[in-house]
Design a protein around this ligand. Structure first.
Ligand SMILES: [Zn+2]
Length: 318
């Protein structure tokens, strides 16, 4: 039998009262759409998630992260009963959720406050890259983009690369999973972001600290002296660590110098075309950053790889 109009009113007002009570309490349950959640390590969120107001120190941390890249907060940061940290969208509102216990554990384990900063920066990276708008939750390519963002942010904030990588080194799973890349790939992504930030405006500025011979202002530029370079090359064998052969242009001469620059040599001299930097990752302990700010990886097997793992060339000793 249907309720009378007055009974309906009573039920409605009771329901509203109950809602008001729960909204006014210190914690609030957030219904989750699992498709739009990126957790730090891919652990699925199960059960109801309750959010709490973040601590003052976390608010300050988020503001420092955003200031370092000149952004205004377009999301809410909440402490919550999540396993580690997560980025999600609910009701068109972007959230960063983090576990206070997890953040404290990370800082204890890594013995640096940068650990927690890198994790929150990673989650912010998911929002800024639009990953939380995509169905399907975490995916490996999105994780690497968020990792790269965190490396970028931490360099801007003053962290060393080891500090930027500390949480990943301590927490990431060594092997790849369906949602997350292996730890080494993630360490490399952080390194790429870190180097990108260190170069500052590198997208428009050449990486070379010393001008290449071609760019010297002297109009009467000297040609390389043959007697100083018996091989005819403007880089002597004592200056280089190895020659780089790219599959796409095997005849062009590229070298990695002992000062960790990549130079291209031709008839008119040498030109710095990139820098070699350590990632401390394995199997790719080095990255090569080109002047137009693209990155390739130098594996410990001597091969040069693209980010997607394609072999682009190799390095030989000379
Ligand atoms: Zn993530």
């Amino acid at each position: 039998m249907p309720f009378s109009r007055s009974k309906k009113k009573i039920i409605l007002s009771l329901a509203l009262m109950a809602f008001g009570l729960s909204a006014a309490s210190a914690q609030q349950q957030l219904p989750l759409n699992p498709d739009q959640v990126c957790t730090y390590d891919g652990t699925p969120l199960t059960g109801p998630v309750y959010e709490f107001a973040p601590s003052e120190s976390t608010n300050r941390m988020v503001n420092r992260i955003l200031n370092s890249v000149g952004l205004k907060p377009r999301f809410e940061v909440k402490a919550a009963n999540v396993p580690n940290a997560a980025a999600m969208i609910y009701n068109n509102q972007r959230y960063i959720l983090y576990s206070q216990n997890f953040v404290e554990m990370v800082n204890r384990t890594t013995k640096t406050d940068w650990g927690a900063v890198s994790i929150v920066a990673h989650e912010i990276g998911h929002h800024l890259n639009g990953h939380t708008l995509l169905p399907g939750g975490s995916r490996p390519s999105g994780e690497l983009e968020a990792d790269e963002f965190s490396g970028f942010v931490l360099q801007r904030m003053g962290a060393t690369m080891l500090e930027a990588q500390a949480a990943m080194q301590a927490l990431a799973i060594e092997e790849a999973t369906a949602t997350h890349p292996p730890r080494n790939a993630r360490l490399e992504a952080i390194a790429v972001g870190w180097y990108r930030a260190r170069e500052g405006t590198s997208a428009t500025q050449p990486l070379a600290r010393n001008p290449a011979p071609e760019s010297r202002p002297s109009p009467a530029r000297e040609k390389p002296e043959p007697e100083n370079n018996p091989s005819g090359r403007p880089v002597g064998p004592g200056e280089v660590l190895g020659r780089v052969v790219f599959n796409a242009s095997p005849d062009k001469e590229y070298y990695i110098t002992k000062t960790l620059q990549m130079v291209r040599v031709n008839e008119s001299g040498k030109e710095v075309v990139g820098k070699v930097a350590e990632t401390r990752g394995d199997p790719h302990p080095f990255i090569i950053q080109s002047r137009n700010n693209t990155f390739v990886y130098l594996g410990k097997d001597g091969y040069i790889y693209s980010r997607s793992g394609e072999k682009l060339g190799y390095v030989t000793k000379i």
